[in-house]
Design a protein around this ligand. Structure first.
Ligand SMILES: Cc1c2[nH]c(c1CCC(=O)O)Cc1[nH]c(c(CCC(=O)O)c1C)Cc1[nH]c(c(CCC(=O)O)c1C)Cc1[nH]c(c(C)c1CCC(=O)O)C2
Length: 342
């Protein structure tokens, strides 16, 4: 059995003190992150600079001693590697060239071409596997096809993923071809991260909650299963965390259905309910409301302890229900850790 707490949880081991890391732990709430980003110039330049991307990955490990580090990159690097234009508007978020039909899908680069753009990311992973403390697990990641497609179709983040739903309704064949192309690229991208040293993979389906019924089966579940099966065929020992955010009742049985070792829970899910209905399948990750790291106070400690206790009966990785926000107080992270670790 590994001496790394995250790998033990992912192998199904219950631990008295759950291992912990945070989504977006390298981010704007940290002054040292803001300084390194300024040094890089902008966000995308930071993602493609292996030394600086490794540096910001390490910053929260030095400050807090989290049990896992997550590679610093973005889910929108893969669309860029497939030929989309991608840029970030400060204070607003990502912008991309849009794909609206079969011709747009056909114009994407072949999957083999992605490494040309993404090789700096693999170099970041290699640096991190040398520099991380022995006890810290390195997590690689990608966006799930549906979430990535919502950005590629709309050209930006959308509150209801309207443009992606519209393309799905207008031309399900072209839409499915886009999902397939992203899935194929994701398999190659994640395999390369593993070959460079990623020890765990996380698949972010941030917008899974807007898929219902058959659409959830076809575009959240099936692509995740395809990607995980392909990764497991090549790298059977690398655990996978699936995050179908806001999947509600579809969290039940999700890990088993897609072959994941763990399912990450957002903070709309009640921890007691998830312990009874989701953790019965294996490891769960989550699910503190990130707002509490802004507000702090007794509720932060109370909620942190409540989540630890709710999941005490089985394998659990403590995390937030979504990413930490730029207005969070870095000292509140210490308070959260004290409530978990005692
Ligand atoms: C949807 C999505 C994206 N990116 C990601 C997701 C899925 C998770 C989620 O739902 O949040 C995933 C992601 N993005 C980033 C990471 C790095 C690792 C980590 O979690 O610390 C990870 C795992 C860095 C980032 N990605 C981004 C930042 C902020 C950029 C900055 O420094 O200005 C960081 C640290 C930018 C980003 N990237 C994306 C958006 C919509 C935005 C703008 C919103 C925002 O600014 O927070 C796309």
């Amino acid at each position: 059995m590994s001496d790394k707490t995250i790998l033990r949880a992912l192998a199904g081991e219950r631990q008295a003190v759950p291992p912990v890391w945070m989504m977006r732990q390298a981010g704007r709430y940290l002054p040292e992150y803001r300084a390194t980003r300024a040094q890089a110039g902008d966000f995308l330049s930071l993602c493609y600079n292996p030394e600086l991307a490794a540096e910001v990955t390490l910053q929260p490990i030095r400050r807090y001693g989290f049990d896992a580090a997550i590679l610093f990159a973005d889910i929108l690097l893969l669309p860029q590697a497939l030929g989309a234009d991608v840029w970030f508007v400060t204070g607003e978020g990502p912008r991309l060239s849009t794909i609206t039909d079969a011709a747009g899908v056909a114009a994407l680069k072949p999957v083999e071409a992605i490494h040309e753009t993404l090789s700096p990311v693999y170099e970041t992973v290699r640096i991190l596997s040398r520099e991380l403390p022995r006890e810290t697990t390195l997590i690689g990641f990608a966006g799930a096809p549906w979430t990535v497609a919502t950005y590629m179709i709309a050209g930006r983040g959308t509150p209801d993923q309207g443009p992606a739903h519209a393309m799905k309704a207008a031309d399900r064949v072209a839409f499915s071809a886009l999902i397939d192309r992203i899935a194929e690229g994701t398999i190659e991208y994640l395999s390369a991260q593993i070959e460079a040293g990623a020890e765990v993979i996380k698949l972010f389906d941030s917008w899974a909650g807007s898929l219902r019924g058959q659409d959830f089966d076809d575009f959240a579940l099936a692509p995740a299963r395809r990607i995980i099966q392909a990764l497991k065929a090549r790298h059977p020992d690398v655990p996978v965390i699936a995050f179908p955010r806001e999947a509600r009742e579809r969290y039940v049985g999700f890990a088993r259905a897609v072959g994941a070792d763990c399912v990450a829970l957002d903070n709309s899910v009640d921890a007691e309910w998830a312990a009874a209905n989701v953790q019965t399948d294996g490891c769960v990750q989550g699910n503190l409301n990130p707002r509490l790291l802004v507000e702090g106070g007794p509720e932060l400690e109370h909620e942190t302890r409540r989540i630890v206790e709710a999941f005490q009966g089985g394998p659990h990785i403590f995390n937030l229900g979504h990413g930490i926000t730029p207005d969070a107080d870095p000292d509140n992270v210490h308070r959260m850790l004290a409530a978990i670790r005692g």
